[in-house]
Design a binder for this molecule. Structure first.
Ligand code: GTP
Ligand code: MG
Length: 251
C-alpha cells in the first residue's frame, strides 16, 4: 500500500523481480491465469449484453489457454533469449491467450473496439492480419492487452494476447496449423499455394456471408415495417366499421 491507503499498481516484471526465484514461476502463472479469467469474463459480459439488448450474438465461441512451459522455452530460444522468467515476462506476449470466434468480419472490429475502450484495459499492440494477411495466408485480428490483476496488497498489470477471427478464418488456421505440424514447418510448395488459395476463398466467403446477412437484415426490417403498416390499416378499417355499425344501429 502507498501512503494514501491505495494499493500500488505495478507491472508484472517489476513484481516478479521482487520475488525469490522459487516463487517467481508460480506467481507469474497465477497472474497470467487471473488476467485470462478476467478477460474471459469481460468477453462473456459483452456477449450476454449483446444477446439481451441486440437480440443478436456476434460471438460464436471463446477459447482460453495458458502456454505450456515447453512452448515458452522454445519461443524464447527462437527469439534468441535464454530461458529465464524475466525474459519470458518481457518477451513472450502470448502466455495467456484468448481466442474469440465471431460470425462476421464486421463483428471482429466492433468487438475489438469494445475491448480496447474499456477503462482498465491497455492496448499494447494491434496486428490486423485481416487487412494485411500473413505470407502464409493467415487472417485474424490480434491485440496484446494488459489488465490489472488485484492481489491482496498490489495491482499487477498483466499481458494477454487476444485473437479475434471468423469461423472461416479459424477453420483455415487450424487446418494450416495441422499441415505445418505434419511437415515440421517445411510444407511442400504446391500445398502452400493451395493454402493461399483457400485463404482467398475464406476471405471471399466471409465477404459474401456478411453481405448476405446485411441483405437478410434489410429484408427483415422491410417486412416488419410492411406488417406494421398493414396492422395499422386494419385497425383503422375496423374502427370505421364499428363506427358505421354504431351509427346504423342509432337509426
Ligand atoms: P509467434 O512468435 O508465432 O507467436 O508470432 P508473433 O509473436 O510475431 O505474433 P503473431 O501475432 O504473428 O502470431 C501470434 C499467433 O498467431 C501464433 O502463436 C498463432 O497462434 C497465430 N498465427 C500467426 N501466424 C500464423 C499462421 O501463419 N498460421 C496459423 N495457423 N496461425 C498463425
Ligand atoms: Mg503464439
Amino acid at each position: 500500500m502507498n501512503g494514501n491507503g491505495k494499493i500500488n499498481e505495478i507491472e508484472l516484471h517489476d513484481y516478479i523481480h521482487s520475488l525469490k526465484e522459487v516463487d517467481a514461476w508460480e506467481s507469474a502463472m497465477l497472474l497470467y491465469n487471473s488476467a485470462l479469467k478476467q478477460m474471459q469474463t469481460k468477453v462473456e459480459i459483452l456477449s450476454d449484453e449483446f444477446k439481451h439488448v441486440q437480440k443478436y450474438n456476434p460471438i460464436e465461441y471463446v477459447k482460453a489457454r495458458i502456454k505450456r512451459p515447453e512452448s515458452i522455452v522454445s519461443k524464447l530460444k527462437r527469439y534468441g533469449f535464454s530461458d529465464s522468467i524475466e525474459n519470458m515476462i518481457r518477451h513472450v506476449n502470448d502466455i495467456a491467450g484468448l481466442r474469440i470466434i465471431c460470425s462476421f468480419t464486421s463483428d471482429i472490429y466492433r468487438l475489438s473496439e469494445m475491448i480496447g475502450s474499456q477503462d482498465d484495459i491497455t492496448v499494447l499492440s494491434v496486428k490486423d492480419y485481416i487487412e494485411t494477411p500473413k505470407a502464409s495466408g493467415y487472417r485474424s485480428y490480434h491485440m496484446i492487452v494488459s489488465v490489472p490483476v488485484f492481489l491482496s496488497d498490489k495491482v499487477v498489470d498483466t499481458k494477454v494476447e487476444v485473437q479475434i477471427r471468423t469461423i472461416a478464418m479459424d477453420f483455415w488456421a487450424s487446418l494450416e496449423h495441422k499441415i505445418q505440424y505434419k511437415f515440421n514447418g517445411k510444407v511442400p510448395d504446391q500445398i502452400s499455394v493451395d493454402l493461399w488459395e483457400c485463404s482467398d476463398i475464406v476471405s471471399m466467403l466471409d465477404q459474401k456471408m456478411l453481405s448476405l446477412n446485411e441483405a437478410v437484415n434489410r429484408a427483415q426490417a422491410k417486412l416488419s415495417e410492411e406488417e406494421e403498416i398493414k396492422e395499422r390499416q386494419e385497425r383503422i378499417k375496423l374502427k370505421a366499421e364499428l363506427k358505421a355499425e354504431k351509427e346504423a344501429n342509432k337509426e
